[in-house]
Design a binder for this molecule. Structure first.
Ligand code: 6GU
Length: 225
C-alpha cells in the first residue's frame, strides 16, 4: 500500500509512522508513506497556499492551484484508488470503513487547514471525505496519522500474529474483554479464576460474555443491529 499525504505541515507527520507496528510495516515493504509539502506546488513567490474567502468572513481558504498542481503531479506517476480529504464534515471513520479501504492499493490524503479547501477541489478531485469524530481539530494532519495507523495494521503480514486484528474491539461490533498479565494477585485484586483454568472453551465463553457485558454498559449503540 502506498499513501501520499499532502500537507502544509510535513514536519508534524515525520514521527508517527516511524515507530512500532507502522515502522515494521514500512521496513517489510508492506506500507509506503510519502509526505508532500503543498507549498512546493505553490506558483507564487511567497509560496502562498491560502487566500481570503469570496463573500467575506474570517478565515482563509486553501487555494485551488497548489492542490491541483500537486495532485496532477502525483497522478502522472500512478493511479489512485481514493483521493481522500480529511475534514470534520466527512464520513465518520469506523472499523468497517478501514477494513474496506485496507483492500485497496494507493491513496492520496489531503490534509485541510484554515477554513478548508476551495469547494472546486472537492468537486474535481476528492473521491472520499473522512472525519475522525465530532470535534474540530486545527488541521487534518493528526487525523491522517490516525487513518494511516488504523489501515496500516490491517495489511496482511504487518501484525505478528495474523489473526490478532480479527479479535480487535469493533471487528465484531463488540468491545474487548478485560485482560490480565502477571502477577496473579496485585494489591488485593486477583486474576479471574477461569483464566487460570487452562480450559480454552470456557475461557472463550467467559471472554465473549465479558465483551457483551462491557458493550452493553459502555456502548449500547454498537448492539443496535
Ligand atoms: Cl479529518 N480534520 C479536522 N480539521 N478536524 C476534524 C477532523 C478532521 N475529524 C474530526 N475533526
Amino acid at each position: 500500500m502506498r499513501i501520499d499525504i499532502i500537507t502544509v505541515l510535513p514536519d508534524l507527520l515525520e514521527s508517527p509512522f516511524n515507530h512500532s507496528i507502522l515502522k515494521r510495516a514500512k521496513e517489510k515493504g508492506l506500507l509506503e508513506v510519502n509526505l508532500i509539502n503543498l507549498r512546493d506546488f505553490s506558483t507564487s513567490k511567497q509560496k502562498q497556499v491560502d487566500d481570503y474567502q469570496y463573500g467575506g468572513g474570517a478565515g482563509m481558504v486553501m487555494m485551488c492551484e497548489p492542490i491541483s498542481n500537486c495532485i496532477e503531479h502525483l497522478k502522472k506517476d500512478r493511479s489512485y484508488d481514493e483521493i481522500i480529504y480529511m475534514t470534520p464534515d466527512g464520513e465518520l471513520m469506523n472499523q468497517k470503513m478501514m477494513n474496506t479501504l485496507s483492500l485497496k492499493g494507493n491513496f492520496i490524503i489531503l490534509c485541510g487547514h484554515y477554513k478548508g479547501i476551495d469547494e472546486r477541489i472537492r468537486q474535481l478531485y476528492i473521491t472520499k471525505e473522512i472525519s475522525i469524530g465530532d470535534y474540530v481539530l486545527s488541521g487534518g494532519e493528526l487525523a491522517a496519522a490516525i487513518f494511516v495507523d488504523a489501515i496500516g495494521r490491517l495489511l496482511p503480514g504487518v501484525l505478528n500474529d495474523e489473526t490478532s486484528a480479527l479479535f480487535d474491539s469493533f471487528q465484531d461490533d463488540l468491545l474487548s474483554p478485560p485482560v490480565y498479565t502477571r502477577p496473579e494477585t496485585f494489591k488485593y485484586l486477583k486474576v479471574p479464576e477461569i483464566l487460570l483454568s487452562g480450559h480454552e472453551k470456557k475461557i472463550n465463553e467467559w471472554r465473549h460474555e465479558q465483551a457483551l457485558e462491557r458493550t452493553k454498559t459502555r456502548r449500547p449503540d454498537l448492539l443496535k443491529d
